[in-house]
Design a binder for this molecule. Structure first.
Ligand code: NAD
Length: 497
């Protein structure tokens, strides 16, 4: 793929006038209160727009519209093959508008344009297409009943789904929810993060263009404690699906209990261990994977391999390879196609990351490289990928999710110790293992408390396998047919013959 030059992207950015309103009942509109919030680019501090700041009144309108169309059956009772056709059309439109969507994503949250263009947008379109293609190929069940009974086990769409998503992969996380939710026949209200609302707002229009009936997809930009909370407490939202921090995930469970006991599915934070055993088949490849696992997307990745566990006997050989590999990941202008590390999402995230770097120093970890804010003259928010060695797993930088490019290196002596350290975490999202020993690979993978385990690679996978966490990394799964569990109710119908 030929990617435009930085100059060309900057020219396009200058001409851009992003949609900024909420999308409710098939049309763009301001928040009922008229309130807005500023959308600021972390690349240079430029204001990209004044975004509608929705609250309870808008949430009510959106839920009413979603409910009405659900009950009318224009989408929920449409033949799966027809829903498929609309979703395939939407995926195609997303691909047609990939450059525009990628530019919005990069300007909005600071990721490199090359990643937005090759990872986020195609991945988001793929998710919509995957569920579109799947939905007319899944069958219900007939129970193993007595001769005079017919027991039908059927899946029904749940109704009104609220999807609250984060800013690190804004459109991709949204589409991991929208794909199965829409394919199954639900109506959805999508609440993007206030830090990255632009692609969700644009997507609504593409969905309408693709033929999704009005009200089936509403987009409700706004702050977490107004728009998000209003949806989470709403008495007529049937299911709440969420990707974001563990702190807010816990709060959403409370809101569900305080309201209508809506189903709550949570994809939350992580602090993933990445274990390199002495018999790793290729130390250089392991070092490159470890660098990518902490630097890709500025470390703002739920599965970031932020705890690197290295067996003591190879430590001295491994560390120079790691430092060299991470050297290839230096911050640059996000609109430069050669850039691999972009801007952090905003000043607040910068303060958080720098705060953890300070905690690493304070608690006695040894800084190996990085650790500084850079490119300050640009007006943007950039930080160097950072390695701390000599980290004890009890230190703050090893226990808490930093959500930035800060790697903690922990040394171990035995496989049992590696597993004990790896599992000593409130999180359980993902893990990596490097070993040439097949049995050790399987035994370690089995022993790790993690929803995804990668062997001799890091961060692999596609739509075919479920993705989600153990422990405080959440419940339920995105991706694969398992995700349909979140968007359907099981019904048993008994017919006396
Ligand atoms: P966040 O929890 O701060 O916000 C996520 C969303 O929740 C946003 O849309 C926000 O507006 C909304 N929100 C905030 N307060 C709310 C409230 N009181 N009621 C309702 N909604 C509210 O998370 P973030 O900073 O946007 O994203 C980073 C987090 O997301 C990290 O912890 C990361 O690990 C996690 N994440 C997890 C996965 C996964 O699949 N497990 C994927 C990506 C990101």
């Amino acid at each position: 793929m030929t990617i435009a030059t930085r100059n060309e992207w900057e020219q396009r950015a200058a001409r851009l006038s992003p949609a900024t309103q909420a999308f409710i009942d098939g049309e763009y509109r301001d928040a009922a209160s008229g309130a807005t919030f500023e959308c600021i680019s972390p690349i240079d501090g430029r204001v990209l727009g004044q975004i509608a700041s929705c609250d309870e009144a808008d949430a009510d309108l959106a839920v009413r519209s979603a409910r009405q169309v659900f009950e009318a059956g224009t989408w929920s009772r449409r033949a799966p093959a027809e829903r498929k056709a609309v979703l395939l059309g939407l995926a195609a439109l997303m691909e047609e508008h990939a450059e525009e969507l990628a530019l919005l994503e990069t300007l909005d949250m600071g990721k490199p344009i090359s990643d937005a263009l090759t990872v986020d947008i195609p991945g988001a379109a793929r998710a919509i297409r995957w569920y579109g293609e799947a939905i007319d190929k899944v069958y219900d069940e007939i129970a193993a009943t007595a001769h005079d009974q017919l027991g039908l086990v059927t899946r029904e769409p749940i109704g009104v789904v609220a999807a609250i998503v984060p800013w690190n992969f804004p459109l991709l996380m949204a589409c991991w929810k929208l794909g199965p939710a829409l394919a199954a026949g639900n109506s959805v209200i999508l609440k993007p993060s206030e830090k990255s609302p632009l692609t969700a707002i644009r997507l609504a229009q593409l969905a309408l263009e693709a033929g999704l009936p009005k009200g089936v997809l509403n987009v409700l930009p706004g702050l977490g404690h107004t728009a998000g909370k209003a949806l989470a407490l709403h008495m007529d939202v049937d299911t709440l699906v969420f990707t974001g921090s563990t702190r807010i995930a816990k709060q959403l469970m409370v809101y569900a209990g305080q309201s209508n006991m809506k189903r709550v599915w949570l994809e939350a934070g992580g602090k993933s261990p990445h274990i390199v055993f002495a018999d790793a088949p290729d130390l250089k490849a392991a070092a490159e994977a470890a660098a990518s696992a902490i630097a890709f997307n500025q470390g703002e990745v739920c599965t970031a391999g932020s705890r690197l566990l290295i067996e003591r006997s190879i430590k001295d050989r491994f560390m120079p390879l790691l430092v060299e590999a991470l050297g290839q990941w230096q911050p640059g202008h996000p609109l430069d196609p050669a850039t691999r590390v972009g801007a952090l999402v905003d000043n607040q995230q910068l303060e958080t990351v720098l705060g953890y770097i300070q905690a690493g120093h304070d608690q006695g970890a040894a800084l190996v490289c990085g650790g500084q804010r850079v490119m300050e003259d640009s007006g943007g928010v950039f930080v160097q990928p950072t390695i701390f060695d000599g980290v004890d797993n009890a230190m703050t930088i090893a226990q808490e999710e930093i959500f930035g490019p800060v790697l903690s290196v922990i040394t171990f002596d035995t496989p049992d110790e590696a597993i004990q350290i790896a599992n000593d975490s409130p999180f359980g999202l993902a893990a990596g293992v490097w070993t040439a020993d097949l049995s050790r690979a399987h035994l370690t993978a089995k022993a790790l408390c993690a929803g995804s385990v990668w062997v001799n690679q890091y961060d692999g996978g596609d739509m075919t396998a479920p993705f989600g966490g153990f422990k405080q990394s959440g419940n339920g799964r995105d991706k694969s047919l398992h995700a349909l569990d979140k968007y359907t109710e099981l019904k048993a119908t008994w017919i006396k013959l």
